[in-house]
Design a protein around this ligand. Structure first.
Ligand code: HGY
Ligand code: MN
Ligand code: MN
Length: 391
């Protein structure tokens, strides 16, 4: 089942380039429709581009599971797809056991979870739940200046329809997302999520004076690369100081000439922390350090929050129920990775199952999980669904 998916959008080096509404992601949508049709599951695409495959009439109280199929640039094979493949296999398992749910069951795939193309993480689930303004979403642009609206239209979807979808959201009785663990903390095959760290993405614009690399005196330079470099160093130093995580993994340089002092640098800061106070402290300290450097180098600085994700606490009756179904001794752990489950947790009971990642590596072609652990994840998800569909 997974093999056809594994071929979609994979670069020669092994990484994936599946991003909201791009050709590879559209091929993933077709893969999803085929797997659902094979199982007699009725499929629909909601107004925000999220996919739904229904076992039973769509209706309130549905037990929903799934994840996302999009990737980060050159991402791994498991982040997202493991949850979708496991959802289909868990339904196969329940059917093999002759279980007939007394609630609707759905496999969901949320659009642009990584925000790799349009910059906002969990785009589809935020729009669904009303957590993102549709007008802002339509105007989001990808690195080539293509807006979300244009990309949706090119894919045959209607961008004017995006926005809060209470009819779809009200069908969800609970949401359980299975996901590969993205750190080294899970030492058993399957775990349960306790929380998601608060995190966010900040866009830093550094402006200076374009000039000749070979004739401009040092004293005359207004070089944004220097201010940018200071920001990167500050991000690491302040993260260590505060116990947070701060990363700069994406940068644009204009005009990007070998022999030209840049006019402008754009860079994105990804910052995460165990709690909101620490996240605020680390991002403010990094911005203050950068502003100091900006003054010293006489460059311009503009910082804007692009995507903010508050802390999510999964502690509640649903996690307790899942733990009981799984025997009561499954490890419970927090994660610094954001998920659609974190967005849905604001509106419906939500839980996450993690599958062990032996190296902890993720957002990389080297991401992997063992077959045995993946099978344990499917079995656990099937047990959980069996317990939830028979109230
Ligand atoms: O970036 C994240 O935390 C997740 O992979 N979207
Ligand atoms: Mn991810
Ligand atoms: Mn993911």
């Amino acid at each position: 089942m997974w093999r056809p998916l594994a071929e979609i959008g994979r670069a020669p080096g092994g990484g994936y380039a599946r991003h909201g509404w791009n050709d590879a992601e559209l091929a993933c949508r077709a893969w999803f429709a085929e797997r659902a049709a094979e199982r007699g599951l009725a499929t629909e695409t909601d107004r925000n581009g999220n996919l739904w495959a229904w076992w039973g009439e769509p209706g309130p109280g549905a037990v929903v599971t799934g994840s996302h199929l999009d990737s980060v640039p050159s991402g791994g094979a498991f982040d997202g797809p493991l949850g979708v493949v496991s959802a289909f296999l868990a339904i196969d398992q329940l059917r093999a056991e002759g279980i007939t749910p007394r609630r609707p069951v759905a496999v969901a795939v949320f659009c642009e979870e990584e925000g790799a193309r349009f910059g906002v993480a969990c785009l589809g689930s935020r729009l669904l739940t009303g957590a993102l303004d549709p007008a802002r979403a339509r105007a989001l642009t990808d690195p080539h200046g293509v807006t979300l609206a244009e990309a949706m239209r090119a894919a045959g979807a209607d961008p004017d329809a995006i926005g809060p979808d209470p009819e779809t959201a009200n069908r969800i009785g609970c949401y359980v997302e299975l996901h590969i663990e993205q750190g080294r903390a899970l030492t058993e095959p399957v775990g349960l999520a306790s929380a998601i760290w608060p995190h966010g993405r900040w866009k830093y614009d550094f402006s200076g004076s374009a000039d000749h690399a070979g004739t401009t005196r040092i004293a005359d330079r207004r070089d944004p690369m220097l201010t940018f470099a200071r920001m990167v160093i500050a991000a690491r130093a302040r993260a260590i100081e505060t116990g947070a995580l701060a990363t700069v993994g994406r940068v644009l340089c204009e005009p990007n000439g070998t022999n030209a002092i840049p006019a402008r640098i754009t860079a994105w800061l990804d910052a995460r922390a165990p709690d909101e106070a620490t996240l605020t402290a680390v991002t403010r300290a990094i911005e203050a350090d950068t502003a100091t450097a900006s003054r010293a180098h006489r460059t311009g600085l503009d910082v804007s929050a692009e995507s903010l994700s508050p802390a999510v606490d999964f502690d509640g009756p649903l996690r307790g129920r899942l733990s009981a179904i799984l025997g009561g001794s499954v490890p419970v752990l927090p994660t610094g990775a954001g998920h659609d489950a974190g967005v849905l947790a604001a509106v419906v009971p939500t839980a996450m199952l993690f599958v062990r990642n032996p190296t902890g590596v993720s957002h990389s072609p080297a991401e992997s999980a063992g077959d045995g652990d993946c099978a344990a994840g499917v079995r656990a998800l099937a047990r959980v669904l069996a317990g939830l569909v028979d109230p």
